[in-house]
Design a protein. Structure first.
Length: 291
């Protein structure tokens, strides 16, 4: 990517380690000639040339400071605007973030010099068609869209279609529709496959299905997936990226399709997806147990 001058900053304001890192960020930005545009919630904790909310059109990149949740929040704001995102991890796992807090200064130098590469990853548009109303809430998803119970633990019955062709009718605790980026998140915990991030596809992973015959399905990225809620009653919900969503009722439809706005994830020169997979998720760790 090209060298940058204007850097937006989105952060987890509740993290105890944030303020020392913001001080380091401000000092390094001054040394590199970077102009910082923090989100308004940071207030005086990070002085900048203006607020991010006022300067989106001129921002060259966004730095998120926190865990994966902060990265997803930042990506959902930046990606529809075509702004690339770099994540700095303050959390426990930080699978989506490319930089550890100890590596912030050299990472900013590489970013300012235009030495970072860019991964474009598929994202999803998620629409809820409420039966009998004109209300159609819409969401933008980087990781996943999850249909689930929001109250008591009981199953949901739903029908899934791929481009209007019926895939099947499921009874399960829910259904996860994820991108390749989200395949290493909730979908993986529910038994879904790991997709390499450069693969454009949608993974449909049932949550605790009530039959051994139901397994995850990988669909081409251009597929429009429709999920019809067949169960009656309340306490059903759609959650997008674990952060936003809507209530569902019997007869509602959740329509998931590829978004035209890919998320642009910035990576340092030595980044490797499989290295991160081994280091952070212990994938492929077959070392013998201590005797």
């Amino acid at each position: 990517m090209n060298a940058l001058q204007k850097l937006g900053v989105i952060a987890n304001t509740d993290h105890l380690a944030l303020d020392p890192l913001l001080a380091r960020l401000a000092q390094t930005a001054e040394e590199l000639g970077l102009s910082l545009y923090p989100e308004a919630t940071l207030g005086s904790r990070l002085p900048g040339a203006g607020t991010l909310e006022e300067a989106w059109n001129g921002i060259d990149a966004v730095l998120t400071i926190g865990g994966d949740g902060t990265f997803l929040r930042g990506a959902r704001s930046a990606a529809p605007r075509g702004v690339p995102v770099l994540g700095c991890n303050l959390g426990r796992l930080g699978f989506l973030t490319a930089v550890g807090q100890d590596d912030l200064e050299p990472a900013l130098a590489q970013l300012a010099a235009g030495e970072c590469s860019e991964e474009r990853r598929l994202t999803l548009d998620v629409r809820v068609d409420h039966q009998g109303t004109e209300s159609t809430p819409t969401f933008y998803s980087v990781n996943d869209a999850v249909i689930h119970m929001s109250g008591f633990a009981r199953m949901i019955t739903f029908r899934m279609l791929a481009d209007k062709e019926e895939v099947g009718q499921y009874s399960a605790d829910g259904l996860i529709l994820s991108t390749a980026t989200g395949s290493t998140a909730y979908s993986l915990s529910a038994g879904g496959p790991i997709l390499v991030p450069w693969l454009d596809a949608i993974v449909a992973t049932p949550i605790s299905p009530h039959t051994l015959a139901v397994r995850p399905v990988i669909l081409p990225a251009e597929t429009v997936v429709t999920v019809e809620v067949l169960s009656e009653g309340e306490n059903m919900a759609l959650t997008v990226d674990g952060q936003v969503g809507a209530d569902l009722r019997g007869g509602d439809r959740v329509v998931v399709s590829p978004s035209e706005h890919a998320v642009r994830m910035l990576r340092l020169p030595d980044y490797s997806f499989f290295s991160v997979l081994r280091r952070k998720l212990r994938w492929g760790d077959v070392r013998p147990a201590d005797r």
